[in-house]
Design a protein around this ligand. Structure first.
Ligand code: SF4
Ligand code: SF4
Length: 222
């Protein structure tokens, strides 16, 4: 009951997708916040179409706008959960708190709970690919102790032999392996190569976006 109410309120705030999952342990150390609410906001197709072998200023702007909307949705969503009598911890779309082990991962990975929610799967490009909108989405998460249940089964893999992102990646960052939750991200994707390539687009959003592997993915139907 609470989760359907929450889903409706998050949708009213601008969420395009809302999913629920339960984690083995909370990413918030020492807490009982083992449930996750995944929120996705879709990027506009017309803007993604402007990417052609390199990112564009227009894409960078909408990427940041989607992040800002998500940050507000999970902040306000956390307030809603608190009013229902539970604790909630909102995690921003682009976290400033980076895991110092590799410098490329957020401390609280959105994709883990997004995959467990059954809203989509992790593609060979390392991105979350939703069944409804492909990877044309940005994600944010709320961790909570309000019990929620995933509405859909986990989808292990949807790439099915496609290698479009591997072939298009200018950095050679994509290995072509299928995502395997038992293996690290390096099995499918080299974050350092990707990051270095993004920095070559210094004239586009200070080198923080690329988007080529989003543009070419057949799930995105652009
Ligand atoms: S964002 Fe760009 S550099 Fe990074 S994996 Fe995708 S295509 Fe390659
Ligand atoms: S482009 Fe193909 S291989 Fe890459 S994520 Fe999309 S479906 Fe998977």
């Amino acid at each position: 009951m609470n989760e359907q109410l929450l889903k409706q309120k998050l949708t009213d705030l601008g969420a395009d997708l809302v999913g629920f999952s339960r984690l083995e342990e909370s990413p918030i150390k020492g807490s009982d916040l083992v449930y996750a609410v995944t929120v996705a906001v879709k990027l506009p197709d017309a803007v993604l179409k402007t990417i052609n072998e390199r990112p564009t200023i227009e894409y960078f702007h909408e990427y940041r706008t989607a992040n800002a909307i998500l940050d507000q949705i999970v902040f306000l969503g956390s307030r809603i959960i608190e009013k229902l009598g539970y604790e909630a911890f909102p995690v921003a779309a682009s976290q400033s708190s980076i895991d110092r082990k590799d410098g490329y991962s957020g401390l609280y990975p959105h994709k883990t709970s997004a995959r467990l929610s059954g809203l989509g799967f992790i593609g060979r490009n390392g991105l979350f690919i939703s069944t409804k909108y492909g990877s044309k989405v940005r994600l944010a998460t709320i961790y909570t102790n309000m019990p929620v249940t995933a509405e859909y089964p986990v989808i292990e893999n949807g790439c099915k032999g496609c290698n479009a992102c591997k072939n298009a990646c200018p950095a050679g960052a994509i290995t072509g392996n299928d995502f395997d939750p038992e293996k690290g991200r390096e099995h499918i994707f080299n974050a350092e190569k990707c990051s270095k390539n993004m920095k070559t687009y210094q004239n586009v959003g200070r080198g923080a976006v690329c988007g080529i592997c989003i543009k070419v993915c057949p799930y995105n139907k652009l």
